[in-house]
Design a protein around this ligand. Structure first.
Ligand code: IMP
Length: 431
């Protein structure tokens, strides 16, 4: 059984926790897109880990973790993360496999990210400044450097020289030196080479041997380069298609898809967010939910649950189930709002518009539900949730058309409900 776990909103949905929780049911966890712009927070063994590039299965002994060709890899960021988890006692050894076809983020990509944002001025995206977009730009322009290229330093040297010279023409104040970049890459290869392999072949053989795989998404559906709120998106396919292109696996290798969504909505960076709450309620969600970027520390914009957006994620990804996270953040609110449609220039829209200007002009149409007094924090049995909380979940399921098979009530692995008789219980043998 191979399952994809991906974001059904604008990222930061709590995918790290869900992937970590489900990992013991699998043999392999594979990341298929994004880079160290992701920040998957996992609380394990009494510690907080923020995983950026390493798949969230890395904290479990015996699990193989794969970084697919669709990921962009910053070697320095990767090594820093490996050092961090190893210093906490996690052994990586031969449990990591990096695709020879994954593209590298090089020092000039980070410079270009900052420059491009500065040049956009008012129209800036609000990127994580990690060089993600420029690395994907080079990939598409067919001048990128792939992990496998590091095996042939002589051929690489002239390509890097050419690329650095071209970048220095774009950034006149840059003092980047091709020799320095090559030195960094030489060191990177020394450390990285034992982990580099043909990921598609590895996964095909693993499947033939009966090993199961979890495909781990980063960012979220509404940040997808094609299906998100373009141009305020990341530069990769965070949606289900990214699994096939980003790991070299066929569509039939995916047996199920879980979308992770918060019980409310957040977004970090620029771009439309129809249910955004700028006043006291927004502050309350941010403080209670600790909504500050795991990578950049930026405060996240918060709002009510946008069922139009999640329903869109259900359609684009063919979600079988939702993992609903951070339900406990809503504890103690007297009323909750669910956005069921948008009002745009006097017209009611029940589907996500493709045009960002149109989405920006949309106002949410809300349905109001009663909140709950008794805390849900830490509850591990669905029957123990307050009646109003189960009614809220039932209404979200009705509007989005998929079951909330997993409900998370706290940051710890254990603070999670896998609902009896749900698809998740069926997949993981818990009925
Ligand atoms: P980039 O991926 O750094 O190019 O940033 C593009 C947009 O995606 C910005 O709005 C970022 O804030 C957002 N973004 C990128 N990665 C994440 C993530 O892991 N969680 C939430 N937002 C993200």
């Amino acid at each position: 059984m191979n399952i994809a776990v991906l974001g059904a909103q604008w990222g930061d949905e709590g995918k790290g926790k869900i992937v970590d929780l489900l990992t013991p049911n699998f043999s392999i966890v594979g990341r298929y897109q994004g880079g160290h712009n992701a920040g998957h927070t996992v609380y394990a063994n009494g510690r907080k880990f923020v995983l950026r590039l390493l798949p969230s299965g890395i904290l479990h002994d015996g699990i193989t973790c794969v970084i697919g060709n669709g990921v962009v890899v910053d070697p320095q960021a990767l090594f820093a993360e490996i050092d961090e988890v190893e210093s906490a006692g996690v052994k990586i050894g031969d449990r990591l496999i990096i695709s020879d076809k994954a593209h590298l983020i090089l020092p000039y990509h980070r410079e270009l990210d900052l420059l491009s944002e500065a040049r956009r001025g008012e129209r800036k995206i609000g990127t994580t400044s990690r060089g993600i977009g420029p690395a994907y730009e080079d990939k598409i322009a067919r001048r990128g450097v792939r992990v496998g290229d590091l095996a042939n330093m002589d051929a690489l040297a002239s390509a890097v020289q050419h690329n650095v010279a071209a970048r220095n023409r774009i950034i006149p104040e840059s003092t980047m030196d091709a020799g320095q970049v090559m030195e960094e890459l030489r060191k990177a290869w020394e450390r990285m080479s034992p982990w580099v392999a043909d990921v598609s072949l590895f996964l095909a053989r693993a499947r033939a041997a009966g090993r199961s795989i979890m495909f781990e998404g980063a960012q979220g559906t509404l940040l997808d380069i094609d299906h998100g709120t373009y141009p305020y998106v990341t530069s990769s396919n965070a949606t289900i298609g990214g699994v096939c292109t980003g790991l070299g696996v066929p569509p039939r290798a995916i047996d199920g898809v879980v979308g992770v969504a918060k019980a409310y909505t957040t977004r970090v960076g620029e771009g439309a967010l129809p249910t955004e709450l700028t006043g006291e309620m927004g502050n309350r969600l941010r403080e209670t939910g600790q909504e500050f970027g795991a990578v950049t520390g930026r405060p996240r914009r918060c709002g009510w649950y946008d069922a139009v957006a999640v329903r869109y994620a259900v359609r684009v990804n063919g979600l079988d189930a939702l993992a609903l996270t951070k339900l406990d953040v809503l504890d103690g609110l007297s009323e909750l709002q669910i956005c069921t449609s948008y009002r745009c220039h006097g017209t009611i829209l029940t589907e996500m518009p493709g045009d960002h200007a149109q989405l920006s002009a949309c106002e949410p149409v809300y349905e109001t539900l009663p909140g709950w007094d008794a805390p849900t924090a830490g509850i591990r049995r669905f029957e123990e949730l307050p009646r109003e909380a189960t009614a809220y979940i039932a209404r979200l399921e009705e509007i989005t058309g998929v079951p909330a098979a997993i409900v998370s009530t706290g940051s710890k692995r254990e603070d999670t409900i896998i609902r009896a008789h749900s698809v998740a219980a069926k997949w993981f043998g818990r009925n």
